[in-house]
Ligand binder design. Structure first.
Ligand SMILES: Cc1ncc(COP(=O)(O)O)c(C=O)c1O
Length: 368
Protein backbone atom coordinates (compact mmCIF):
# COMPACT_ATOMS: atom_id res chain seq x y z
CA UNK A 1 0.00 0.00 0.00
CA UNK A 2 1.31 3.48 -0.83
CA UNK A 3 0.36 5.42 2.32
CA UNK A 4 -1.39 8.75 2.07
CA UNK A 5 1.22 10.24 4.40
CA UNK A 6 4.24 9.04 6.33
CA UNK A 7 6.43 11.04 8.70
CA UNK A 8 10.11 11.46 7.99
CA UNK A 9 12.21 11.03 11.14
CA UNK A 10 15.87 11.95 10.74
CA UNK A 11 18.98 11.10 12.78
CA UNK A 12 18.98 14.71 13.99
CA UNK A 13 15.40 14.30 15.31
CA UNK A 14 16.45 11.17 17.19
CA UNK A 15 19.58 12.87 18.51
CA UNK A 16 17.69 15.85 19.94
CA UNK A 17 14.89 13.72 21.41
CA UNK A 18 17.59 11.60 23.08
CA UNK A 19 19.24 14.74 24.39
CA UNK A 20 15.94 15.76 25.98
CA UNK A 21 15.48 12.31 27.50
CA UNK A 22 19.04 12.21 28.84
CA UNK A 23 18.61 15.64 30.41
CA UNK A 24 15.87 14.24 32.65
CA UNK A 25 13.48 17.02 31.61
CA UNK A 26 10.84 14.70 30.26
CA UNK A 27 7.65 16.49 31.27
CA UNK A 28 6.50 19.98 30.45
CA UNK A 29 9.51 22.05 31.43
CA UNK A 30 12.86 22.16 29.70
CA UNK A 31 14.93 24.10 27.25
CA UNK A 32 13.42 22.53 24.14
CA UNK A 33 9.95 23.75 25.02
CA UNK A 34 11.18 27.33 25.26
CA UNK A 35 13.18 26.93 22.06
CA UNK A 36 10.28 25.38 20.18
CA UNK A 37 7.93 28.20 21.17
CA UNK A 38 10.53 30.87 20.32
CA UNK A 39 11.50 29.38 16.99
CA UNK A 40 8.00 28.62 15.74
CA UNK A 41 6.54 31.99 16.74
CA UNK A 42 9.53 33.78 15.14
CA UNK A 43 9.17 31.71 11.98
CA UNK A 44 5.50 32.69 11.70
CA UNK A 45 6.13 36.32 12.66
CA UNK A 46 4.16 36.34 15.92
CA UNK A 47 5.55 37.52 19.27
CA UNK A 48 4.34 34.72 21.57
CA UNK A 49 4.04 30.95 21.23
CA UNK A 50 2.39 28.59 23.72
CA UNK A 51 3.04 24.91 22.97
CA UNK A 52 0.17 22.55 23.76
CA UNK A 53 -0.60 18.86 23.37
CA UNK A 54 -2.36 18.96 19.98
CA UNK A 55 -4.04 21.19 17.43
CA UNK A 56 -7.56 20.60 18.74
CA UNK A 57 -6.77 21.84 22.24
CA UNK A 58 -4.82 24.74 20.71
CA UNK A 59 -8.19 25.76 19.27
CA UNK A 60 -9.88 25.24 22.66
CA UNK A 61 -7.40 27.69 24.17
CA UNK A 62 -7.74 30.14 21.27
CA UNK A 63 -11.53 30.15 21.59
CA UNK A 64 -11.33 30.50 25.35
CA UNK A 65 -9.26 33.64 24.85
CA UNK A 66 -12.28 35.17 23.06
CA UNK A 67 -14.34 35.08 26.31
CA UNK A 68 -17.50 34.12 24.46
CA UNK A 69 -20.84 34.62 26.21
CA UNK A 70 -23.58 32.07 25.51
CA UNK A 71 -24.88 32.67 21.99
CA UNK A 72 -21.93 34.72 20.76
CA UNK A 73 -21.10 33.92 17.17
CA UNK A 74 -17.90 32.91 15.43
CA UNK A 75 -17.85 32.90 11.64
CA UNK A 76 -15.99 29.96 10.07
CA UNK A 77 -16.05 27.73 6.99
CA UNK A 78 -18.40 24.76 6.87
CA UNK A 79 -15.74 22.82 4.97
CA UNK A 80 -13.21 21.98 7.68
CA UNK A 81 -12.30 19.45 10.35
CA UNK A 82 -14.58 19.41 13.39
CA UNK A 83 -11.98 20.81 15.83
CA UNK A 84 -12.66 24.56 15.39
CA UNK A 85 -16.44 24.13 15.39
CA UNK A 86 -16.44 21.93 18.50
CA UNK A 87 -14.22 24.39 20.37
CA UNK A 88 -16.76 27.15 19.71
CA UNK A 89 -19.74 24.99 20.66
CA UNK A 90 -18.05 23.76 23.86
CA UNK A 91 -17.35 27.36 24.84
CA UNK A 92 -21.07 28.17 24.54
CA UNK A 93 -20.70 29.97 21.22
CA UNK A 94 -22.42 29.43 17.89
CA UNK A 95 -20.45 28.66 14.72
CA UNK A 96 -21.85 30.67 11.82
CA UNK A 97 -20.91 28.85 8.66
CA UNK A 98 -19.70 30.12 5.31
CA UNK A 99 -19.49 28.15 2.06
CA UNK A 100 -16.27 27.54 0.15
CA UNK A 101 -14.69 28.98 -2.95
CA UNK A 102 -14.95 26.21 -5.56
CA UNK A 103 -11.51 26.97 -7.03
CA UNK A 104 -9.32 27.25 -3.92
CA UNK A 105 -11.56 25.25 -1.51
CA UNK A 106 -11.01 28.02 1.05
CA UNK A 107 -13.75 29.95 2.85
CA UNK A 108 -15.61 32.14 0.33
CA UNK A 109 -14.75 35.51 1.85
CA UNK A 110 -17.19 37.38 -0.40
CA UNK A 111 -19.94 35.97 1.85
CA UNK A 112 -18.31 37.11 5.11
CA UNK A 113 -19.88 40.50 5.63
CA UNK A 114 -23.40 39.18 5.16
CA UNK A 115 -22.78 36.78 8.08
CA UNK A 116 -21.89 39.46 10.63
CA UNK A 117 -24.52 40.18 13.31
CA UNK A 118 -24.54 42.05 16.61
CA UNK A 119 -23.47 38.76 18.27
CA UNK A 120 -20.40 38.15 16.07
CA UNK A 121 -17.17 38.11 18.06
CA UNK A 122 -14.63 36.58 15.71
CA UNK A 123 -13.80 35.22 12.30
CA UNK A 124 -12.08 31.85 12.40
CA UNK A 125 -10.16 31.19 9.22
CA UNK A 126 -8.93 27.70 8.36
CA UNK A 127 -6.14 27.56 5.79
CA UNK A 128 -7.22 24.36 4.11
CA UNK A 129 -4.89 21.68 2.71
CA UNK A 130 -1.89 24.03 2.65
CA UNK A 131 -3.33 26.94 0.69
CA UNK A 132 -3.97 30.25 2.46
CA UNK A 133 -7.41 31.77 2.77
CA UNK A 134 -7.90 35.20 1.18
CA UNK A 135 -6.85 37.22 4.21
CA UNK A 136 -7.18 40.87 3.11
CA UNK A 137 -10.96 40.60 2.99
CA UNK A 138 -11.01 38.73 6.31
CA UNK A 139 -8.92 41.44 7.97
CA UNK A 140 -10.98 44.26 6.40
CA UNK A 141 -14.27 42.80 7.61
CA UNK A 142 -12.76 42.16 11.05
CA UNK A 143 -11.52 45.75 11.29
CA UNK A 144 -14.85 47.17 10.14
CA UNK A 145 -16.84 45.25 12.77
CA UNK A 146 -14.17 45.07 15.48
CA UNK A 147 -13.84 41.29 15.38
CA UNK A 148 -10.94 39.08 16.48
CA UNK A 149 -9.30 37.01 13.74
CA UNK A 150 -8.30 33.45 14.65
CA UNK A 151 -6.31 31.46 12.09
CA UNK A 152 -6.33 27.69 12.21
CA UNK A 153 -3.05 27.07 10.42
CA UNK A 154 -2.80 23.38 11.36
CA UNK A 155 -2.44 22.43 7.70
CA UNK A 156 -0.48 25.43 6.51
CA UNK A 157 3.00 25.31 8.04
CA UNK A 158 5.13 27.64 5.92
CA UNK A 159 2.28 28.65 3.59
CA UNK A 160 2.23 32.34 2.69
CA UNK A 161 -0.35 34.98 1.94
CA UNK A 162 1.20 37.88 0.01
CA UNK A 163 4.61 36.96 1.39
CA UNK A 164 3.50 36.64 5.03
CA UNK A 165 3.28 33.34 6.83
CA UNK A 166 -0.08 31.76 7.58
CA UNK A 167 -0.53 31.86 11.33
CA UNK A 168 1.09 35.31 11.43
CA UNK A 169 -1.75 37.30 9.91
CA UNK A 170 -4.50 37.42 12.53
CA UNK A 171 -4.71 38.06 16.29
CA UNK A 172 -4.48 34.43 17.41
CA UNK A 173 -3.38 31.38 15.46
CA UNK A 174 -3.21 27.67 16.10
CA UNK A 175 -1.16 24.78 14.76
CA UNK A 176 -1.17 21.00 14.90
CA UNK A 177 2.04 18.98 14.86
CA UNK A 178 0.39 15.59 14.33
CA UNK A 179 2.43 12.98 12.45
CA UNK A 180 1.00 13.88 9.05
CA UNK A 181 1.82 17.59 9.33
CA UNK A 182 4.84 19.27 7.69
CA UNK A 183 6.43 19.72 11.13
CA UNK A 184 5.56 16.99 13.59
CA UNK A 185 6.14 16.25 17.25
CA UNK A 186 4.09 13.03 17.15
CA UNK A 187 1.18 14.74 18.85
CA UNK A 188 1.48 18.45 19.51
CA UNK A 189 0.16 21.90 18.87
CA UNK A 190 0.78 25.58 19.43
CA UNK A 191 -1.15 28.77 19.99
CA UNK A 192 0.43 32.00 18.72
CA UNK A 193 -0.79 35.36 20.01
CA UNK A 194 0.13 39.03 19.63
CA UNK A 195 -0.66 40.39 23.08
CA UNK A 196 1.33 39.62 26.24
CA UNK A 197 -1.92 39.41 28.23
CA UNK A 198 -3.29 36.73 25.94
CA UNK A 199 0.02 34.87 26.10
CA UNK A 200 -0.06 34.83 29.88
CA UNK A 201 -3.68 33.68 29.98
CA UNK A 202 -3.02 30.94 27.40
CA UNK A 203 -0.03 29.68 29.43
CA UNK A 204 -2.20 29.64 32.51
CA UNK A 205 -5.07 27.80 30.79
CA UNK A 206 -2.59 25.22 29.49
CA UNK A 207 -1.34 24.49 32.99
CA UNK A 208 -4.42 24.14 35.23
CA UNK A 209 -4.39 27.87 35.96
CA UNK A 210 -1.85 27.42 38.73
CA UNK A 211 -0.91 30.80 40.10
CA UNK A 212 2.62 32.15 40.31
CA UNK A 213 2.34 33.48 43.86
CA UNK A 214 0.13 30.86 45.42
CA UNK A 215 0.27 27.78 43.24
CA UNK A 216 -2.83 25.99 44.48
CA UNK A 217 -5.15 28.98 44.48
CA UNK A 218 -7.24 29.13 41.29
CA UNK A 219 -9.10 32.09 39.77
CA UNK A 220 -10.13 30.23 36.66
CA UNK A 221 -10.62 26.63 35.49
CA UNK A 222 -7.75 25.47 33.33
CA UNK A 223 -6.63 22.30 31.61
CA UNK A 224 -3.63 20.06 31.35
CA UNK A 225 -2.80 20.76 27.72
CA UNK A 226 0.99 20.61 28.23
CA UNK A 227 3.47 19.39 25.62
CA UNK A 228 6.56 17.49 26.76
CA UNK A 229 10.19 18.54 26.39
CA UNK A 230 11.18 15.48 24.25
CA UNK A 231 8.29 16.24 21.88
CA UNK A 232 9.43 19.85 21.68
CA UNK A 233 12.99 18.64 20.94
CA UNK A 234 11.63 16.86 17.89
CA UNK A 235 9.88 20.05 16.86
CA UNK A 236 13.07 22.09 17.25
CA UNK A 237 14.91 19.59 15.10
CA UNK A 238 12.23 19.65 12.43
CA UNK A 239 12.02 23.45 12.28
CA UNK A 240 15.71 23.46 11.28
CA UNK A 241 14.73 21.84 7.99
CA UNK A 242 11.37 23.46 7.35
CA UNK A 243 12.49 25.03 4.08
CA UNK A 244 13.57 21.61 2.76
CA UNK A 245 10.25 20.10 3.87
CA UNK A 246 8.23 22.86 2.18
CA UNK A 247 10.28 22.49 -1.02
CA UNK A 248 9.75 18.75 -0.96
CA UNK A 249 5.97 19.11 -0.60
CA UNK A 250 5.91 21.65 -3.42
CA UNK A 251 7.99 19.36 -5.62
CA UNK A 252 5.65 16.42 -5.00
CA UNK A 253 2.74 18.68 -5.99
CA UNK A 254 4.63 19.88 -9.08
CA UNK A 255 5.12 16.26 -10.17
CA UNK A 256 1.43 15.47 -9.76
CA UNK A 257 0.50 18.73 -11.51
CA UNK A 258 2.59 17.71 -14.48
CA UNK A 259 1.36 14.12 -14.60
CA UNK A 260 -2.31 14.97 -14.12
CA UNK A 261 -2.46 18.17 -16.15
CA UNK A 262 -5.27 18.10 -18.68
CA UNK A 263 -6.74 14.82 -17.41
CA UNK A 264 -10.44 15.11 -18.05
CA UNK A 265 -12.84 14.74 -15.16
CA UNK A 266 -10.66 15.99 -12.29
CA UNK A 267 -9.66 19.37 -10.86
CA UNK A 268 -6.28 19.82 -9.24
CA UNK A 269 -5.23 22.06 -6.33
CA UNK A 270 -4.82 25.76 -7.13
CA UNK A 271 -2.18 28.23 -6.17
CA UNK A 272 -3.47 31.79 -6.37
CA UNK A 273 -1.02 34.48 -7.49
CA UNK A 274 -0.98 35.88 -3.95
CA UNK A 275 -0.40 32.49 -2.37
CA UNK A 276 2.36 30.09 -1.55
CA UNK A 277 0.67 26.70 -1.26
CA UNK A 278 2.60 24.12 0.76
CA UNK A 279 0.33 21.31 -0.46
CA UNK A 280 -0.03 19.73 2.98
CA UNK A 281 -2.08 17.19 1.06
CA UNK A 282 -2.62 16.85 -2.66
CA UNK A 283 -6.37 16.93 -3.25
CA UNK A 284 -8.26 16.14 -6.40
CA UNK A 285 -11.93 16.81 -7.10
CA UNK A 286 -13.91 14.63 -9.47
CA UNK A 287 -16.21 16.17 -11.99
CA UNK A 288 -19.78 14.97 -11.50
CA UNK A 289 -19.86 14.22 -15.22
CA UNK A 290 -17.52 11.27 -14.57
CA UNK A 291 -20.44 9.51 -12.90
CA UNK A 292 -18.27 8.45 -9.97
CA UNK A 293 -17.67 10.08 -6.61
CA UNK A 294 -14.69 10.23 -4.30
CA UNK A 295 -15.72 7.07 -2.42
CA UNK A 296 -15.82 5.14 -5.70
CA UNK A 297 -12.39 6.34 -6.79
CA UNK A 298 -10.96 5.70 -3.33
CA UNK A 299 -12.16 2.10 -3.46
CA UNK A 300 -10.69 1.58 -6.94
CA UNK A 301 -7.35 3.03 -5.86
CA UNK A 302 -7.34 0.93 -2.68
CA UNK A 303 -7.68 -2.15 -4.89
CA UNK A 304 -4.55 -0.96 -6.69
CA UNK A 305 -2.60 -0.56 -3.43
CA UNK A 306 -3.05 3.19 -3.09
CA UNK A 307 -4.37 4.77 0.08
CA UNK A 308 -6.47 7.94 -0.08
CA UNK A 309 -8.55 10.04 2.31
CA UNK A 310 -11.89 11.70 1.66
CA UNK A 311 -12.24 15.49 1.84
CA UNK A 312 -13.96 17.02 4.87
CA UNK A 313 -17.68 16.64 5.32
CA UNK A 314 -19.26 20.07 5.98
CA UNK A 315 -20.02 21.01 9.58
CA UNK A 316 -23.70 21.58 8.73
CA UNK A 317 -23.97 17.87 7.81
CA UNK A 318 -22.61 16.58 11.12
CA UNK A 319 -25.17 14.56 13.09
CA UNK A 320 -23.64 15.70 16.37
CA UNK A 321 -24.43 19.35 15.58
CA UNK A 322 -27.79 18.56 14.00
CA UNK A 323 -28.81 16.80 17.23
CA UNK A 324 -28.01 20.03 19.04
CA UNK A 325 -30.33 21.91 16.70
CA UNK A 326 -27.48 23.67 14.94
CA UNK A 327 -27.42 24.52 11.20
CA UNK A 328 -31.01 23.36 10.66
CA UNK A 329 -31.98 23.54 6.96
CA UNK A 330 -28.68 25.20 6.10
CA UNK A 331 -27.10 24.29 2.81
CA UNK A 332 -23.59 25.00 1.55
CA UNK A 333 -23.50 23.61 -1.98
CA UNK A 334 -19.77 23.99 -2.60
CA UNK A 335 -18.84 22.36 0.71
CA UNK A 336 -21.26 19.53 -0.08
CA UNK A 337 -19.83 19.09 -3.56
CA UNK A 338 -16.25 19.02 -2.23
CA UNK A 339 -17.23 16.54 0.48
CA UNK A 340 -18.76 14.23 -2.10
CA UNK A 341 -16.27 14.55 -4.94
CA UNK A 342 -12.95 15.36 -3.27
CA UNK A 343 -10.21 13.12 -1.94
CA UNK A 344 -6.51 13.35 -1.39
CA UNK A 345 -3.83 11.06 -2.68
CA UNK A 346 -0.44 9.98 -1.29
CA UNK A 347 1.95 12.91 -0.86
CA UNK A 348 3.95 12.11 2.29
CA UNK A 349 7.56 13.23 2.59
CA UNK A 350 8.84 9.71 1.94
CA UNK A 351 7.00 9.13 -1.34
CA UNK A 352 9.21 8.34 -4.34
CA UNK A 353 8.89 9.65 -7.92
CA UNK A 354 8.05 6.10 -9.01
CA UNK A 355 5.19 5.93 -6.54
CA UNK A 356 3.92 9.33 -7.70
CA UNK A 357 3.93 8.05 -11.26
CA UNK A 358 2.12 4.88 -10.17
CA UNK A 359 -0.56 6.92 -8.37
CA UNK A 360 -1.05 9.26 -11.34
CA UNK A 361 -1.28 6.36 -13.80
CA UNK A 362 -3.75 4.53 -11.59
CA UNK A 363 -5.98 7.58 -11.35
CA UNK A 364 -6.00 7.88 -15.14
CA UNK A 365 -6.85 4.16 -15.42
CA UNK A 366 -9.71 4.43 -12.96
CA UNK A 367 -11.42 7.42 -14.57
CA UNK A 368 -14.23 6.41 -16.89
C1 LIG B 1 -7.46 22.37 10.13
C2 LIG B 1 -7.19 21.52 11.33
N1 LIG B 1 -7.42 22.01 12.55
C3 LIG B 1 -7.20 21.30 13.66
C4 LIG B 1 -6.72 20.01 13.60
C5 LIG B 1 -6.56 19.23 14.85
O1 LIG B 1 -5.25 18.92 15.12
P1 LIG B 1 -4.89 17.66 16.07
O2 LIG B 1 -5.11 16.44 15.27
O3 LIG B 1 -3.44 17.90 16.39
O4 LIG B 1 -5.76 17.76 17.26
C6 LIG B 1 -6.44 19.45 12.36
C7 LIG B 1 -5.89 18.08 12.27
O5 LIG B 1 -5.56 17.57 11.24
C8 LIG B 1 -6.69 20.20 11.18
O6 LIG B 1 -6.48 19.69 9.97
Amino acid sequence: MIPVAEPEITEQDIFLVNEALKSGWISSAGKYLDLFEEKWSAYCGMPYGIAVSNGSVALDVAIELLDLQAGDEVIMPSFTIISPAQSVVRAGGVPVLVDSDPATWQMDVTQLESKVTSRTKAILVVHIYGHPAEMDTVLDVARKFNLTVVEDAAEAHGAEYKGRKCGGLGDISTFSFYANKLITTGEGGMVLVRSPEMAERARSLRNLCFQKKQRFLHDELGYNFRLTNPQAAMGVSQIKRIETIVDRKRNIAASYNELLAGVEGISLPKEELWAKNVFWVYGIVLDEKTGIDAADLSEMLRNRGIETRPFFLGMHLQPVFQKMGLFRDECYPVAEFLGRQGLYIPSGLTITERQILQVADSIKDCLP
